[in-house]
Design a protein around this ligand. Sequence first.
Ligand code: TEU
Length: 563
Amino acid sequence: MKKTWWKESVVYQIYPRSFCDSDGDGIGDLNGIRSKLDYLKKLGIDVIWLSPIYQSPNDDNGYDISDYEKIMKEFGTMEDFEALLSEAHEKGIKIVMDLVVNHTSDEHRWFIESRRDRENEKSDFYLWRDPVSGHEPNNWGSCFSGSAWQYDEGRGQYYLHLFSKKQPDLNWENPKVRDEVFSMMERWCEKGIDGFRMDVISLISKPEGLPDAPLRGGLYGDPGICANGPHVHEYLKEMNRRVLSRHELMTVGETAGVTLEEAKKYANSDGSELNMVFQFEHVSLDGNRDYGFKWSTEKMPLLPLKKNLAKWQLGLDGVAWNSLFLCNHDQPRIVSRLGNDSAEYRERSAKCIATILHMMQGTPYIYQGEELAMSNYPFKSPEEFKDLESVNAYSELTEKLKLEGSKLLPMIAAKSRDNARTPMQWSAEENAGFTSGKPWIPVNPNYREINAEEELSRSDSVFYYYQKLISLRHSSELIVYGHFELLLPEDPELFVYRRYLPDRELLVAANFSEREREYLPEERFLAGELLIHNMEGRSPQGGRLAPYEAYVLENRSGVCHDA
Ligand code: TEU
């Protein structure tokens, strides 16, 4: 397998709005990020993925871009960005930008011109359709509730928006759209950035004829019908030819709806499209079985989770490359979702989760605060939600599905994207040290117990555990490039797997339950080296795994056997 830097790197995702506020307006900004580069260097990460920092009306907190080449005023100036980029590079940290080109903001100049009439230069930059029998052109729903079509009086037509009505979808069939996007990307590359995370890039090629989709939640057609469309690989090959291949970049596609077979195309090791993709099967396992949407109070189930992760490890090995994530700005906090965020188990379960994720083959992604085991926010009323996805879902599901608020609130509270967007908890000072002003979203009240300052002062903290996992990866070809074998495949509580190369192998053992389990590794591992362990004073030789206990053993005898 070809060795390269983005396979050996660990990425840290920053949601700038909630990371660190340097000017007291209650909103995180670029200079705030710059002030925390030494913290990130200490953690040991190699790459920062910046969620969008471009000019935006913030209907979807920056994922609705009104100018791709201006910096959002709340975040600072282009000079602030250039200073951040330069200082990050001086510290050996690369910066990957978030590329949102499935759609723009409705306040982008392209859309303002496009909606003016049907004859202007940008009239075909978006997906405009005539009404059908006075209604929307098809039954598609928006990911943010309601129809995916918005009627525009000016043009007397509907435009498509798979997300909010302020996020009109670009028409990628139009070569002029591709020209504009690729030249914008090229100018960002010329600034010296190190790559792109490509927002819902799997949706850019819509199905021919825009046919109705199977109903989802009984309300609208599933917009997932747009995933992996007829020309998506053609467009990405063109993007690669015209931009990506001309620079030393790391590229990751956020490929909603991607399958293993499609991922082999997007992330093909021939380098013709992207380096890797985010798949979403593993973070969809705790969805709502009754209504078919994400809102539920279900915990993430371990057995289907480990089987899905194993499927992707085995499926891409040697043909493509995995990303490894359980957290991001769209997902609830994993220690609450998969672990146990009680005082007794929060840290231990967070380390357990990190162990099984970081010891797999692929590029790991750490979301801000994950390294501190930050947990979900205790939402008590629907008025506390800020994110349009949660706000719209609450009103639509109460009105249209007549779901009782008392039933719906806990379901949305458990999965809301706001759980990941509360301010980064830096210290026990007011507002967790995030801002000297009024934070745009309330800080989790547990910041006095859970914060970076406290964890940096304690050698057994989750922070230092992540630091050690990252350091292990940096020093081990086996961890980066080794093959994968799932052990105890049917055990619903133990996640045990092996990584191996011809002359080396390691064993990862983790107990995702709240009861002690018997487990004794094979002798060749017990005779090996204990690389990392989330519980002091216990030993794998004891043949038992305590609740959320995890460890990694390496057999360095030179004698191991392939699967
Ligand atoms: O998310 C794409 C996406 O599929 C989201 O609907 C996400 O899976 C969902 O919110 C999980 O509940 C990307 C960005 O990551 C997200 O922040 C944006 O809101 C969205 O695209 C539109 O740009």
